[in-house]
Design a protein around this ligand. Structure first.
Ligand code: ATP
Ligand code: MG
Length: 442
């Protein structure tokens, strides 16, 4: 993409209404635009990032055998009355009436709808286990939408649902998701720690919030620091390895607000290992047994003819929230650095161009073609702004690699710079090699 063609409405100053850096930056570089309170349009740059995040989430769900489907955003109130949550959900639920006066709603989550799909289709124990997910917009009429897409009203969520025959099998499904979550966030350059959490209105008995550390986070966390040292590469998808993984994480104290108990914390965590800080919840997983399958009659026939309610879990990831969460984690000293895996473009070509000499632009265009040929996502700044204004702009956009075509470039050697590091002089072949290798590790 050429910058002159890109729809990128950059603002000169940080917008005053934004209180945290992710919100400021997202408005400043034109990633999003508010359309009404807590409701945003995603502009091209922001959407590219969100799509890359969405894709990583999808790949890791597929890797554990979850199957993608797509449920609608608008649901009938009937199933929510069956589960008993229609009244309980309260004012966060956006309720709508259609022209026939039927009660509908914009889905805040999908436990009811997926259970209805399941019960209409699956009758025998032989079809279990099942694991289904979708990536779809949700609406929650939050009391105080704030911090841009971090806590908004309409947001993109991945939600998965598992169906098993027994508690034992269900815990295996839960562990697989737990594993997939650790991998998903790692691929985005984040260390998300599973914290024991309350199950809240979803109900049930087992739950973890995946939290990344950030001063601006809304969740207060209490943890044993050593939990950050666990190397998740030691585990694989075998049931026994997954159990080991859970056990290893659970040897360390790590809880959010609602589960915090000072006595426990003081007893279990040595002073020097205590970490009390704030974090952003990027995912939340629950096991709740037959809480929905029972009232909604989602049962299967066992071998002898007996029926049992299936055991369910649900698993959310805030896909749109992650865009902001990554900024909170990676924005440092006025420089944004997107992890390569989610960066809107992988490399920026920044030529010095003057009105009467376009030789650098011509060089840039050659390099551009070469990079595209090797499947590298590239943005070329073909504008005639001066070089320092260009660099300032790119430090905000946050593309992790820059090729600067100016005084230091000679023949086939160019100034190559990782956004927050010193530059080096490299040939274009070396740049291609380096980026291709790094991409293969994502
Ligand atoms: P929170 O405590 O932040 O309100 P929640 O417990 O209500 O979250 P879940 O119902 O578990 O959230 O939803 C799954 C994920 O969806 C959350 O982990 C979060 O990343 C994201 N999410 C939830 N509410 C919002 C929101 N208002 N705006 C953006 N993302 C959200
Ligand atoms: Mg909530």
């Amino acid at each position: 993409m050429y910058l002159s063609k890109l729809f990128l409405p950059i603002l000169k100053e940080n917008p005053a209404e934004a209180k945290i850096k992710s919100h400021q930056l997202m408005l400043r570089v034109g990633m999003i635009k508010q359309s009404s309170s807590g409701i945003y349009s995603w502009l091209p740059l922001g959407l590219r990032i969100m799509k890359k995040i969405e894709n990583i989430v999808r790949e890791e769900q597929n890797n554990i055998g979850a199957q993608e489907l797509l449920m609608p955003t608008i649901q009938s109130a009937d199933i929510w009355k069956e589960s008993g949550r229609y009244d309980d959900y309260g004012e966060e639920m956006l309720r709508i009436k259609d022209r026939q006066n039927r009660e509908m709603l914009y889905g805040p989550t999908n436990e009811e709808l997926i259970t209805e799909i399941f019960r209409a289709s699956i009758k025998s124990y032989k079809s279990l286990p099942q694991s289904l997910y979708h990536i779809q917009w949700k609406f929650r009429d939050e009391l105080r939408p704030r911090f841009g897409v971090m806590r908004c009203r309409e947001f993109l969520m991945k939600d998965a649902y598992t169906f098993d025959l027994s508690d034992e099998d269900a815990v295996k499904s839960y562990n697989k998701m737990y594993f997939a979550y650790l991998k998903t966030f790692k691929r985005m350059g984040l260390t998300a720690i599973p914290m024991a959490a309350d199950t809240g209105p979803i109900g049930g008995n087992l739950s973890h919030e995946f939290v990344i550390l950030a001063e601006t986070g809304e969740s207060k966390i209490y943890a044993d620091k050593r939990i950050f040292e666990i190397d998740t590469r030691n585990f694989n998808l075998d049931d026994s390895s997954l159990e080991k993984m859970r056990n290893e994480f659970e040897t360390y104290y790590a809880v959010t607000d609602d589960k915090f108990n000072k006595e426990d914390f003081d007893k279990k965590v040595l002073q020097e290992n205590r970490l009390i800080t704030k974090g952003i919840e990027v995912g939340h997983i629950f096991y709740f047994g037959d809480k929905y399958s029972k009232p909604l009659n989602a049962s299967v026939d066992l071998q002898g003819g007996k029926k049992i309610s299936v055991k369910m879990g649900s698993y959310g990831i805030g896909v749109s929230r992650l865009v902001a969460a990554i900024i909170e984690a990676k924005f440092n000293n006025n420089i944004m650095k997107w992890p390569l895996s989610v960066s809107p473009y992988e490399v920026a070509i920044i030529p010095m161009i003057s009105k009467n000499d376009n030789s650098n632009l011509i060089k840039s265009q050659k390099i551009y073609k070469e990079l595209i040929k090797h499947n590298i996502d590239v943005l070329l700044d073909d504008t005639d702004e001066n070089i320092s204004a260009k660099i300032k702009k790119f430090n905000l956009i946050g593309i992790p690699y820059q090729i600067i075509i100016g005084q230091k470039s000679e023949g086939n050697i160019f100034e190559f710079k990782e956004i927050d590091k010193e530059s080096q002089n490299l040939s274009i072949d070396k740049v291609v090699q380096k980026l291709t290798k790094e991409k293969s590790l994502i």
